[in-house]
Design a protein around this ligand. Structure first.
Ligand code: ADP
Length: 480
């Protein structure tokens, strides 16, 4: 019985165009035979089914048109009209009664077929709409399945809805059924060497904050392999802005990271190798200069010394960058008089740069830091200010106390930096590569080193700049 009801249920068939012809035929033929049986054998009155013979077919036309489309409805209508002719014939209608019966049958035929047509058409349109949507969904799922990056889709609570093959490949295992991001602990996930709990995973973070999250994480797989994965998680909202899903893209960047590490190792090794001959060269140049009496030759040696200093500066920067990469840059922290350090740096640089340096207001302030590294930051900012402005423009330096921090400002009136570049100039090896900036030599290491040094000092460094107007670099230190 349940199977028959299920077979007849029109809603089960929504979205499928497997319209039946037999079921509507039987669906009307059997009630007609039953009505005839009832009229002649039970009620023993040929007219006992007159009203029922209108009422039941109308319901069946609606039902089968909704179940089997226009043709289903039309079959029920056709059989009904045939049944009406059968009634007229078996009840021996004649004369004016025959004419009025035929007229009524004609009117009912028009109504029945129209009803079958309209409802059947509605049903078929609904089916193609649902089918198209289902096709679209299937296509999307096939694309997601084949994507060369891992894709995890969850509902708004973090429960997994779809995961593609690549995710299994990256994780080296299948995510368990009913996996809920943010709740289920499944794999060990680390960021910068520290294990992070499931609530801090990118999808979980994106679900709680509502923002896109981009993280590079190391995943310890069950087969004891470690993979470095870049994960990008985004929240999907409906038209009203309510979150309905979270999508995250996983990219296995283990090989890239290994290559990067090999490059870093090479730079580290190369700069170490360069450092030793450079130191000897400097030493011998010093000795040579002392022995040379002729001024012209002494001048040439001075120039060579100057270039060797620059080379040494570059090699030191390279070494610092690779030490920063491997976390081996050491700091010896102590109380530093920042104002004195600034004055000393400015005095030392005055000889080598053409611009005038104006000390605006230098408050006496103490910070906890590594004075050599802080000197490096200040010197880098002042040399940059000089490098990216004209010789006749001034550079202004100021230091003041701001609540519980020391704020150092270094301002130039040079070429300035476009808004979109301002964040990136602190990245490793980043240089603004516009035509105007091309003439400036450098490797894009200085600001990266300065930012990292300031991070170690629990301070901050940032820039405010307007192209063509100049830049102000701010350095903030926590006060002692
Ligand atoms: P480098 O100066 O060796 O290229 P840095 O890391 O010190 O490397 O600076 C990165 C980039 O930031 C530079 O290439 C330059 O384009 C930009 N920049 C830094 N300081 C300034 C400044 N004061 N004015 C304009 N541009 C600057």
């Amino acid at each position: 019985m349940a199977a028959i009801l299920h077979h007849l249920n029109p809603f089960v068939r929504l979205g499928h165009r497997n319209y039946s012809l037999i079921t509507p035929f039987l669906g009307i033929a059997i009630p007609c035979i039953l009505m005839e049986f009832y009229a002649f054998n039970i009620a023993k009155d040929p007219n006992a089914v007159n009203l029922t013979a209108i009422f039941i077919p109308i319901i069946l036309i609606i039902f089968f048109a909704f179940r089997d489309g226009i043709r289903g409805g039309a079959i029920v209508s056709g059989v009904t009209i045939f049944y009406y002719f059968y009634i007229i014939y078996t009840r021996n209608h004649a004369g004016s009664q025959l004419i009025s019966s035929l007229e009524t049958t004609g009117v009912l035929a028009v109504i029945y077929f129209a009803l079958a047509g309209i409802i059947g058409w509605l049903k078929q349109s609904l089916d193609s709409l649902i089918e198209r949507e289902a096709d679209e969904k299937r296509r999307l799922q096939a694309i997601i399945r084949q994507l060369p990056v891992g894709v995890i889709i969850t509902d708004s609570k973090g429960l997994i809805v779809q995961v593609n093959k690549k995710v299994d490949e990256i994780l080296g295992t299948k995510l368990p059924a009913n996996f809920q991001i943010g709740k289920t602990r499944f794999l060990e996930v680390k960021q910068d060497g520290e294990t992070i709990p499931p609530t801090k995973w990118p999808i979980a973070k994106s679900l709680t904050t509502g923002k896109s999250v981009n993280q590079v994480l190391t995943i310890h797989r069950q087969d004891h392999k470690e993979v470095v994965v870049r994960i990008n998680a985004t929240l999907v909202r409906n038209r009203k802005g309510v979150p309905i899903a979270a999508v995250s893209i996983l990219q296995d960047i283990t090989q890239e990271k290994e290559l990067e590490k090999r490059k870093d190792d090479f730079v580290n090794m190369a700069s170490h190798e360069l450092k030793t001959p450079l130191t000897s060269m400097k030493l011998y140049l010093g000795i040579l200069k002392k022995q040379v009496k002729e001024t012209k030759t002494a001048r040439i040696i001075s120039r060579v010394q100057h270039q060797t200093d620059r080379l040494q500066g570059l090699v030191n920067d390279l070494l610092d960058v690779s030490r920063l990469q491997s976390g081996k840059l050491s700091f010896s922290m102590q109380s530093v008089r920042l104002d004195a350090l600034i004055r000393q740096t400015v005095e030392e640089l005055r000889g080598s740069i053409s611009q005038a340096i104006k000390l605006n207001y230098i408050e006496p302030l103490n910070v906890n830091g590594d004075s050599f590294r802080l000197y490096q930051v200040i010197a880098n900012l002042i040399t940059n200010a000089a490098k990216y402005s004209d010789a006749n423009q001034t550079i202004e330096v100021g230091l003041k106390k701001n609540k519980n921090v020391a704020l150092l400002m270094i301002q130039d009136f040079g070429i300035g930096i476009a808004k979109e570049q301002q964040k990136r100039i602190f990245d490793r090896l980043y240089q603004v590569s516009e035509d105007t900036a091309k003439t400036f030599p450098g490797l894009g290491m200085g600001l990266y080193i300065s930012k990292e040094i300031m991070r170690q000092h629990k301070g901050k460094i940032w820039v405010k700049s307007e192209p063509g107007q100049g830049s102000i670099f701010y350095v903030q230190f926590p006060l002692l």
